[in-house]
Design a protein around this ligand. Structure first.
Ligand SMILES: [Zn+2]
Ligand SMILES: [Zn+2]
Length: 145
């Protein structure tokens, strides 16, 4: 599911317009070994047709909206993006695992992000339930624990 053709198909299935920028950014995120910042992505897009910064921001926001990518602020409060491992699920409905080494976000489908009971007068707009740690790839190559 990583060829440009498959990705174009994925976008079409959701009724989305397939643009070269969307395809390139999605392919980049899917092939990345870690979560990427805006800056990382800009640097990796230098080959081929340039994608200007405004377009890149729009594409990333769109991918996040579509549930195709996860956006998370790292410890330096820099936003990082990673491809969603399960593209077809609403990401508000399950928990996520966040790797503190590579910054990737993994969907934990079997863990429901249950809405807690809120005090009177409170309304939630988003549930963000994340488990932090080291992913399998980082654990193998990783630092001593
Ligand atoms: Zn990792
Ligand atoms: Zn998810």
């Amino acid at each position: 599911m990583n060829t440009t053709h498959d990705l174009a198909q994925l976008l079409r299935e959701r009724g989305a317009r397939v643009t070269p920028a969307r395809l390139r950014v999605l392919a980049l995120l899917r092939g990345a070994d870690r979560a990427l910042s805006h800056h990382d992505i800009e640097e990796r897009l230098v080959d081929g047709t340039p994608v200007d910064r405004v377009t890149l921001y729009r594409v990333l926001d769109w991918l996040v909206e579509q549930g195709l990518a996860h956006k998370l602020a790292d410890e330096q409060r820099v936003f990082r993006f990673s491809a969603a491992s399960k593209a077809d699920l609403p990401h508000g409905s399950h928990a996520h695992f966040v790797c503190d080494d590579c910054g990737k976000v993994f969907c934990l489908e079997e863990v429901a992000a249950a809405a807690p009971r809120l005090p009177d007068g409170f309304a939630s707009t988003q549930i963000d339930f994340s488990v932090h740690g080291h992913c399998a790839a980082c654990n193998v190559s990783g630092a001593p624990k």
